[in-house]
Write a protein that binds this ligand. Structure first.
Ligand SMILES: NC(=O)c1ccc[n+]([C@@H]2O[C@H](COP(=O)([O-])OP(=O)(O)OC[C@H]3O[C@@H](n4cnc5c(N)ncnc54)[C@H](OP(=O)(O)O)[C@@H]3O)[C@@H](O)[C@H]2O)c1
Length: 284
C-alpha cells in the first residue's frame, strides 16, 4: 500500500484531493492541515518523514494571498520557497516523490502565445517570485518531482472566484469585472484527479508541467460562464470594469501551453467552459 502525505490539506486543492481520496482506499492517506504540519518548521517536517515511509508528498500548502504578499514578502518566501526547499530535502532523503503546485504568475505576461515550460520566467509580483524560488529549490535538490504550474484555480471549496460569483449572484449584486487579463480557469477537481492518477499509475515522467483546462478567457468571461451555468445571466448585472487597482501586478496574459503534459500523461483535458458547467452540475 502506498503512503501519500498531503500538506495544506484543508486548503482548496487539499480538499479536492480529500474528496477523491474517499474513493481511493488502496492508498494510505496522511492529510495534514497547517495545524498538524507547518511546512515552514524543519522539526515538524523531519518528524513526519521519520515517522513512516512516505511514497508521495502532495504539497498543497502555500502562501496564496497575492495582494498581502506585497507587504509580507518574508512570510511568502518562507512558505513558498524556504519551506519547499526543506520539503524537497526531506523527500530526497527519504526517497519520496514530491508533487508540487506552482503558478502562471511566474511569467510577466508579455507574450502573445501560450507559455510553455521552456519560456523565460519573470515574475512581476512577490507571490510569483516566491513560487518561482520554490520551483528552483526543488529542481536543484531532487530528480523525482512533479511541478504543476496551474492558473485561476477554482472549486466548490474555499475562497475563489467561482464561489464569489455564486454568492454575488445569489445576492443579485452588480458585478464589475475586469477584462484586462487573459488566462485559463482550472477546475481544482480536475487537477486533483490528474495528481491522484499519477500516483496510482506510478507515472515516472518526472519534471515541470503546465496544467489548466483548455481555452482562454478573461475574468469577465469567466464570470459570464458561471452565471450562464447558474441560469442567472439575465438577472444579474455584469459589467466590464478595468478601473479596479490592485497592489500586486498581474500578468496580462498567462495562458499555459499543455503540449508537454498531454504527451506524457493520458490526460483528457476539458475545456474551461465544460469544466465550469461540470462543477456547477455536480454540486446542485
Ligand atoms: N488559487 C489559485 O488561483 C492558484 C493559481 C495558481 C496556482 N495555485 C497554487 O495551487 C496550490 C493550491 O492553492 P489553493 O488554491 O488550494 O490555496 P489555498 O486554498 O490558499 O490553500 C493553501 C493551504 O496552505 C496552507 N498553509 C499555509 N501556510 C502553511 C504552512 N506554513 N504549513 C502548512 N500549511 C500551510 C493554508 O492553511 P491555513 O489556511 O491554515 O494557513 C491553506 O490550507 C498552491 O501552491 C498555489 O500557489 C493556486
Amino acid at each position: 500500500m502506498k503512503t501519500v502525505l498531503v500538506t495544506g490539506a484543508s486548503g482548496q486543492l487539499g480538499r479536492c484531493v480529500q474528496k477523491i481520496a474517499k474513493k481511493e482506499q488502496e492508498i494510505d492517506w496522511l492529510f495534514m492541515d497547517s495545524s498538524k504540519l507547518d511546512i515552514s518548521s524543519k522539526t515538524e517536517l523531519e518528524k513526519i518523514f521519520k515517522s513512516k515511509h512516505i511514497d508521495y508528498c502532495i504539497n498543497c500548502a502555500a502562501y496564496t494571498n497575492v495582494e498581502k504578499a506585497e507587504s509580507e514578502k518574508e512570510r511568502a518566501f518562507e512558505i513558498n520557497a524556504e519551506a519547499v526547499k526543506n520539503l524537497a530535502e526531506n523527500c530526497k532523503k527519504h526517497k519520496s516523490v514530491l508533487i508540487h503546485i506552482s503558478t502562471d504568475y511566474v511569467f510577466d505576461g508579455e507574450i502573445d502565445r501560450p507559455y510553455n515550460e521552456e519560456d523565460i520566467t519573470n515574475p512581476i509580483n512577490i507571490y510569483g517570485a516566491s513560487k518561482l524560488k520554490g520551483e528552483k529549490y526543488i529542481q536543484e535538490t531532487m530528480d523525482q518531482y512533479f511541478i504543476f504550474r496551474t492558473s485561476w484555480l477554482y472549486s466548490e471549496f474555499g475562497h475563489n472566484f467561482y464561489n464569489t460569483i455564486l454568492r454575488k449572484a445569489e445576492e443579485k449584486a452588480t458585478l464589475n469585472i475586469t477584462t484586462a487579463q487573459k488566462g485559463t480557469p482550472t477546475n481544482g477537481n480536475h487537477l486533483a484527479a490528474l495528481i491522484v492518477n499519477i500516483i496510482k499509475e506510478e507515472n515516472n515522467h518526472f519534471g515541470l508541467y503546465h496544467y489548466s483546462n483548455t481555452g482562454e478567457t478573461t475574468w469577465h468571461g469567466f464570470a459570464e460562464e458561471i452565471l450562464k451555468a447558474l441560469n442567472t445571466r439575465e438577472s444579474v448585472s455584469l459589467n466590464q470594469d478595468n478601473s479596479y487597482k490592485t497592489k500586486a501586478a498581474r500578468p496580462l496574459f498567462s495562458v499555459l501551453d499543455k503540449t508537454k503534459l498531454k504527451s506524457n500523461f493520458k490526460a483528457e483535458i476539458a475545456t474551461w467552459e465544460d469544466a465550469v458547467l461540470e462543477l456547477y452540475n455536480t454540486n446542485l
